[in-house]
Each structure stands twice: as C-alpha cells, then as structure tokens.
Design a protein around this ligand. Structure first.
Ligand SMILES: Nc1ncnc2c1ncn2[C@@H]1O[C@H](COP(=O)(O)OP(=O)(O)OP(=O)(O)O)[C@@H](O)[C@H]1O
Length: 262
C-alpha cells in the first residue's frame, strides 16, 4: 500500500535557558495510507514533538517529512490534516454546531454549506440533537467527539491525535475508543495517535510504534493483527491478551534497557 507519511532521519533539539534538550534523534518511519498507528513511550520521549513535526506545527532540525508525497507544509496548507489534542479546545460562547463550523468559517466556506457539513459531521460522531448546546453542557467524551467532528471538517486524509482520550474516565474512554475505530473505518483516514496506554494502543492500532526515552528514537514497531471489527469482546480474547503483553514488554524494554539488554 502507498505511504501516507514518510519520515526520514528527523532530529530535533530544544534549547531552553542555556540547556540543550535532545527530543528526537534520527527518527525514520513510514506510515501506510489507512493505517492506525499509535506512538507509545515513556513521558518526555518525544511523541508529541514527532506528531507536531509531522503536522508542520514544528520544524525539525534535520531530516524530512513527506505527507501524501508532499512537504508537510504543503499538506498543512492543503488542509490534509485534522488535529485533536487532549483538551477539546471548544469555545464556550459558541454552540457545538458553531464550534464545528469554525474552521470552515475561517476558510470562507459559505454559511449554508458549512451548516450542512457540520450537521453531517455531528451525525457521524453521534451528537445529533446537541447542535444548539454549549460545550459546558456536554460530558467530556461528548466534547471530545465534537472536537473530532471539527477536526474532520475538511475530510482530512491524515488525523493527528495527541492523547485525545487521556482526560476521560475508563468507561467513557473505552466507549470513545470504539467510536474512534468506527469513524476511522467509515472515513478511511490515516491516524497517528499518541497515547500512554498499552491497552488503548493495542485495541486501536494496526501498528504500535514504541519510542525510547530521550532523545526519542523508534525502538520497536509492532504490527497488531487483531481482526476487525474490534469490540468489547475483543478485549477479553486470548489474542488480545497476547498482543497487549507483547506491547507492554516492548515498553518495559525501553524503560529498563540495562535489565533487558536492549
Ligand atoms: N517547546 C518546547 N521547548 C522546550 N522543550 C520542549 C518543548 N517541547 C518539548 N520539549 C521537550 O522535549 C522532550 C520531548 O517532549 P514531548 O512533549 O515530545 O514528549 P512526550 O513523549 O510527548 O511526553 P509526554 O508523554 O509526557 O506528553 C521533553 O524533554 C520536553 O521537555
């Protein structure tokens, strides 16, 4: 399958108050179109930095990122990306419908068209009936679904998600994982997803990329061959347990390199 994202030898160092923080070192990664790739690794290993470099929110010092065969900057200008962060970032003085319409409004999409598209997107994330609500009147999971709807406004080919479910309680989180898989399968978008959760990464992904601590490097790539559709039953299967264990062991290996010999 064609490559959606091609990262070649990317390095990034931050300089803060005379200190040098090597965040990424020589990262190379190819992500296929339609993949759901999770970046997993210890805190500070550069997951968010890598996501921001992919999304052209941050320049790398070295290396290159090609998205759909173009420079990342061109892809951002072409609105190939949708982005979702841990906080939904909705504006409380606008209704849910108007929040979802905002990027389209900024881009100059006409009133009737953006209203119709926002309505469709809210249907996709199952928020029909809440169009006129304010964000504070919705649960955290519902707000995050609205943020996902907003991120999908330009039918992005690439969805970059930085711990989007991290602030949710366990039940809501599992529900949103199922919803996210449904949306991914319905839209066919390529997803790069940052998480701290082994089981979340195993449940959602077609591939888990484990990163090692500072400076961030790709330590292991684990293809996840659990069949689709993945449901709550999937979580209690032997196969899921095996996959989860494999991911957990890979994470432990980067946390305890001297013990494991990695
Ligand atoms: N804008 C910045 N200025 C200076 N240092 C930064 C900046 N952004 C990230 N860093 C540093 O780069 C390293 C990687 O940070 P990053 O946020 O990418 O890690 P992460 O793996 O996403 O962490 P976490 O899992 O805790 O969110 C950290 O040491 C962090 O302090």
């Amino acid at each position: 399958m064609a490559s959606a994202i091609s990262i070649q030898n990317v390095s990034k160092t931050f300089h803060v108050s005379g200190k040098t923080i090597p965040a990424l070192s020589n990262v190379s990664l190819d992500i296929e179109q339609g993949a759901f790739v999770s970046l997993l690794g210890p805190s500070g290993c550069g997951k968010s930095t890598l996501l921001r470099v992919i999304g052209d929110l941050l320049d790398s010092d070295e290396g290159s990122v090609q998205v759909l065969g173009k420079e990342a900057r061109k892809s951002r200008q072409d609105r190939d990306y949708g982005m979702v962060f841990q906080q939904p970032g909705l504006m409380d003085w606008r209704t849910i419908q108007k929040n979802v319409e905002l990027p389209m409004q900024v881009a100059g999409v006409g009133k009737a068209e953006r209203a119709a598209r926002a309505k469709d997107l809210l249907q996709l994330v199952r928020l029909e009936g809440f169009e006129g609500h304010r964000p504070r009147q919705l649960s955290g999971g519902m707000q995050q679904r609205a943020a996902i709807a907003r991120a999908l406004s330009f039918e992005p080919k690439i969805l970059l998600m930085d711990e989007p479910l991290g602030a949710l309680d366990e039940m809501n989180r599992e529900h949103m994982q199922r919803e996210l898989l449904r949306i991914w399968r319905e839209t066919g978008t390529t997803i790069v997803f940052v998480t701290h959760s082994v089981s979340e990464a195993a449940f959602l992904s077609t591939e888990v990329v484990v990163m090692s601590p500072r400076p961030g490097r790709i330590a292991t790539r684990i293809p996840i061959d659990l069949p689709f559709p993945r449901t709550d039953e999937t979580r209690s299967t032997e196969k899921f347990y095996e996959v989860e264990t494999q991911v957990r062991e890979a994470l432990h290996a980067v946390l305890e390199p001297t013990v494991t010999g990695v």
